[in-house]
Design a protein around this ligand. Structure first.
Ligand code: FES
Length: 151
């Protein structure tokens, strides 16, 4: 992890112990390949009364888990740091992307624990035929704008 932003954190991160136990819950839902669909993850989160973003942060920590791609073709992959970037709004961004995906599953979503741009947290990368577009600091508005610029 590189330097953190000079501005103060705006959010609290989910405690590691809680993320670990959520990872175990997800393992029970995952297929043999460790893939879990986003609708299944969202349903679990709703059942537990937690935001989907918390479970997505748990996926980032669990090396054997991954979000399954949507059924339809989705050439765009959105990679969001759910590591220390949580302290700067990454979970809000993830919840926004989950809602966006539910309305139109036109991208694959992946969470990681660091994208090596910690001083610009929260960070996000849009990967696809265009190459890699970095959005940092990433907000719902700036990521929406970036997605629109690619379509
Ligand atoms: S913690 Fe390094 S980019 Fe998020």
């Amino acid at each position: 992890m590189a330097k953190l932003p000079t501005r103060s954190p705006t959010h609290e991160d989910v405690p590691l112990a809680r993320l670990s136990s959520m990872g175990l819950e997800l393992e029970e839902l995952a297929g043999d390949d460790g893939a879990i669909t986003l609708p299944a993850l969202v349903e679990l989160a709703e059942d537990r009364g937690r935001p989907a973003s918390h479970y997505l942060a748990a996926v980032a920590l669990a090396t054997e888990l991954a979000i399954a791609p949507p059924d339809r073709d989705a050439p765009l992959e959105i990679v969001v740091c759910a590591g220390t970037c949580q302290r700067y709004g990454a979970l809000d961004l993830l919840d926004h992307l989950v809602t966006k995906w539910q309305n139109a599953p036109a991208f694959r979503l992946r969470t990681v624990t660091c994208l090596d741009r910690c001083d610009s947290a929260p960070t996000c990368e849009l990967r696809g035929a265009h190459g890699q577009l970095v959005v940092a600091p990433a907000t719902a508005a700036t990521v929406d704008e970036a997605i629109n610029s690619l379509s």
